[in-house]
Design a protein around this ligand. Sequence first.
Ligand SMILES: *[C@@H]1O[C@H](CO)[C@@H](O)[C@H](O)[C@H]1NC(C)=O
Length: 287
Amino acid sequence: MKSRGKLGGGWSSLGLPAVFILCIFVFFLGFFGSSLLSQQVETEFSFHPRPRVLNEKEYEPLPRGDSGDDFLTTIPFQVLSWIPRAIYFPGFATAQQCESIIKMAEAQLRPSGVALHEGDTLESIKGVRTSSGMFISADEDKTGILDLIEKKIERATMIPRRHGESFNVLRYEIGQRYLQHYDTFNPAEYGPQKSQRMASFLLYLSDVEEGGETMFPIENGESKTAAHDFKKCRGLKVKPRKGDGLLFYTLYPNGTIDPASLHGGCPVIKGQKWVATKWIRNEVELY
Ligand SMILES: *[C@@H]1O[C@H](CO)[C@@H](O)[C@H](O)[C@H]1NC(C)=O
């Protein structure tokens, strides 16, 4: 009786407002405590805010297979679009590598060609592609730079290098462009094909002061209705920067041509654009 009285007296001496504040405090402690905990769980298992930087001390390479690497590779990339599947690789090549490739190509540039559809004439294709270019394979490059680049593309795509055509090195000067087109050869337009281009890798060899973006006019299925307006530079635009890479897939995984892989090169407004393109086929050496 006495003690109960004492206890009761103790609580009541704290006062009702103090008990109320204590309750609120305990509530918020629980509330924030649990959200803190769930945030921790989230960073552990999701990709946000950014994946943890790989560190060899944290991730030991696994024992490799006979054809594998015994080291970890980091190739930073950004998914630019899922429709089409387009990936950007900042700093894929060094400035010196880019400059050497340009030097190699410069002496052998010719006006670029286009594949003819049925019914195309030299007159009708005039102005479609106004760049100059040349083809060079990694074997032909005695400096070994194209060999390195090709190996890196192989790693980034996991498509063996034998599937790649020779590098097509192109130069676009002011006003030069490539109207929107497909890199694939639709059998309905070009007749039966022994193999198909499944992906395209563009390595930008120069910065362009203005213009020269690679554009995907129907990225995410948009502006399909404006298809007649084919000379406009619109949709997803990728700004060329020396050493950066752009990979996009031109076929769906099931082998059908991806209509969203339609792309072009916006006219160069200021500066010069140099790019090395590698088209990757779904079959080895059948073109
Ligand atoms: C191939 O894949 C695309 C995209 O998923 C799909 O829209 C198309 O219907 C498929 N074609 C065939 C022949 O399965």
